[in-house]
Design a protein around this ligand. Structure first.
Ligand code: WQD
Length: 342
């Protein structure tokens, strides 16, 4: 049985990917420092799949521990989620982001090279494109100057991976996520934002359940049909499945280059107001909102050209926007019931 390391495997996208890996027949080991996740997620993963992943709690910045881990464990592939990911926070704390997102990547790649582990999937982001000149966005769209230290760490991370694959046996795939939303159908795992949610969907569900007064829509003066910004919202389970496809491409040596990049989105965009209306329709909940000024750093529109992932990974998003919003709402209600979030 192939044994896969998932760093950040108790986080939002990580936990959904662990579930899909286990259900695809992989043996999973997680490293997570619990800085942006909860230990209870481990039991929730187990209750979904009936299989408890091995779990090691440590910070990947502790390079000796990273090295020891790879010396002691037989690993066939790595999916690397562990990173800080709050765009706004990264502007205020750049060094935290460069240290956490870059050093950890370097330590994991070095340990992989030292222990002949050759298959690596990198969690990247459409944020590397900034405001693309053409829509939908293809993988050959230029990477633009990052708008935040967070975005810069993704760009630098891709470069580190690419250059490392050219001088070692490592093969790497960077998956550029668009906007991951939703939750597992079981409502046992989902997004657990700490404090005030930065992202749209958790803010919407917290407003609908009464934790937040009303949603602030950041600007309705964008050059779009209804004036609000457009994004490509993809169900986190579809995104998780893309990681399995990418990993299998490497394990089965089907990659055409040692370093490859794939956009992972649905291929269609939705405006903020369209999301609000779709949420109200899907959940039969009225949503209080107001229009405020634009948020600094936001782009007008982004949605993926998914041709390459469909062709090379044999992967396509299958869940609908309604599935996304309903699952996010069911998860929010479950949290509320269990007062999961401290
Ligand atoms: C979506 C839209 C906001 C909150 C970021 C990162 C990206 C990835 C996903 C990590 C925008 C609007 C939001 C609110 C609003 N993160 N909005 N009111 O900014 O597209 O992407 O998160 O990988 O890298 O850049 O996602 O959910 O913050 O915003 O109007 O309270 O919703 O202006 O148009 P974003 P988001």
């Amino acid at each position: 049985m192939q044994r896969i390391l998932v760093t950040g495997g108790l986080g939002f996208i990580g936990s959904h990917t662990v579930v899909e890996l286990q259900q695809a027949g992989y043996d999973v080991v997680i490293i997570d420092d619990l800085s942006n996740s909860q230990l209870s997620v481990l039991d929730r993963i187990t209750s979904i799949t009936g299989m408890k992943p091995d779990f090691h709690q440590f910070d990947l910045k502790e390079k000796e521990k990273v090295h020891q881990f790879f010396q002691q464990e037989k690993i066939d592939g790595v999916i690397h989620f562990a990173a800080s990911k709050a765009v706004g926070e990264s502007v205020n704390e750049p060094l935290k982001y460069y240290e956490n997102n870059i050093n950890t990547l370097v330590y994991v790649l070095k340990a992989m090279n030292n222990n002949q582990v050759e298959n690596f999937i990198f969690s990247s982001s459409c944020t590397v494109y900034g405001q693309a000149d053409e829509l939908p966005i293809t993988e050959s769209a230029p990477v633009k100057t990052a708008e935040s230290p967070y975005g810069n760490t993704k760009q630098i991370g891709e470069e580190i991976l690419k250059e490392t694959t050219t001088v070692s046996n490592l093969n790497g795939i960077a998956l550029r996520y668009f906007n991951p939303i939703g939750a597992h159908a079981s409502a046992k795992i989902g997004e657990l934002p700490i404090g005030v949610p930065q992202n749209l969907i958790p803010y919407i569900t917290q407003t609908a359940i009464g934790i937040r007064e009303e949603l602030s829509i950041f600007g309705d003066d964008y050059p779009t049909e209804d004036g609000t910004a457009i994004r490509d919202y993809i169900h986190v389970v579809d995104l998780a499945k893309a990681h399995i496809k990418a990993l299998e491409r490497l394990i089965e040596n089907r990659n055409k280059e040692k370093y490859e990049v794939f956009n992972v989105g649905t291929g269609s965009g939705s405006s903020v107001l369209e999301i609000v209306k779709a949420f109200e329709k899907a959940t039969n909940q009225d949503l209080a909102y107001k229009i405020v000024e634009r948020r600094a750093g936001d782009i007008t529109a982004a949605f993926a050209d998914t041709t390459l992932a469909e062709k090379e990974l044999n992967w396509k998003a299958e869940l609908t926007l309604e599935d996304c919003l309903l699952s996010a709402w069911n998860w929010q209600k479950k949290i509320h019931e269990n007062t999961l979030v401290e």
